[in-house]
Ligand binder design. Sequence first.
Ligand code: PLP
Length: 392
Amino acid sequence: MSVIPLSQPDISHLEIQSVIDALRSGRLTSGPRQARFEEMIAERTGRSHAVAVSSGTAGLHLVLRGLDVGPGDEVITTPFSFIASANSVLYVGATPIFVDIDPRSLNLDPARVEAAITPKTKAILAVEVFGNAQYMDRLAQIARNYEIPLIEDACEGLGGSHHGAPVGSFGRASVFGFYHNKQITTGEGGMIVTDDDRLADLFRTLRNHGRIDQKTPDSIGAGGFSSARLQHECLGYSYRLSEMACALGIAQMERLDTMLEARRRLAGRYMQRLMGFGDLILPNAESPDDMSWFVFVVRLSDQFTQVERDRVIDGMRRHDICVANYFPCIHLQPFYREQFGFDRGALPIAESVSQRSIALPFFNQMDETQVELVVHTLKVMLQREQLLRPEE
Ligand SMILES: *Cc1c(COP(=O)(O)O)cnc(C)c1O
């Protein structure tokens, strides 16, 4: 039996042709493909501006810089996410204030967020965890009430929506990521979207060494040097996205709805096959049509310990089924513990969820046989844990 991967990019001949065309065009960065890719994401999310960057994390960094978040400021965020969302707060020297999650959606709990706001709160940084956008509108409302910006880390939610509004429309600025396991990929890459003209200009400047953006691709000559003066307005970064990456992104965006549909069908199949398992808590989408399935994460019920979960993960891997512990809590990562003195028990809901979660293989091309094998193996592993458990 061959290995069943955790995820796998969906690259058709269209993507390959698109990248080849970019290579043949003679223009490898900051060109027409970047402009087109940005336009497609702006259109999809209903925003006035999209700014392509080299990764989702680079995008979050620029948003925090653009909103002038820095030392002494607090940013309210979630402990249950990929580590990049909180790391971006550390990049600008601000303090992440972790707030516990809602156990069903796995997103920040709006009531707890509101209770954590202080005069030092400079922003709320929220994540659509695993592609579920629940509470985004409430978090945006809280941010408006307190006149602080909501930063939307939409890296896991492209194509999703909540109460009719698309993922990417909730933040003062919102950020997508195109790492190779995301709903669409550019290999590496990211995109910031916003309706704020001033911020969009600033992001374009910051991604390109602090240079005033000329907007027209032709401002860069054949050698990659601007015909305009080399004017650096502020400390910027080298966070551009190549034309090859944007070419890949364009082709992926053209197939986005087809791919989201394949993911929805696959999630439905898992749901149907796992429904009867008393030992499992399945993903909970308030409205299933709103979900943009990034990964498929199940949770063992409360009688299981972290040690048992880890044994299930190891057992699945021994059977060549790739699974993962999405997510270890950010506040319990070694350098967060060291810097902020966090210990176990600080955020009980996030920790309890984190200890029992298992991300199952999930990718567009996954077939029925593979799903059956994953489901069967998971069942066997869970039964084994029950048998191993000492009589109470
Ligand atoms: C993928 C992801 C990012 C961005 O990751 P990059 O590797 O920098 O593109 C940021 N936040 C979350 C929650 C993510 O899942």
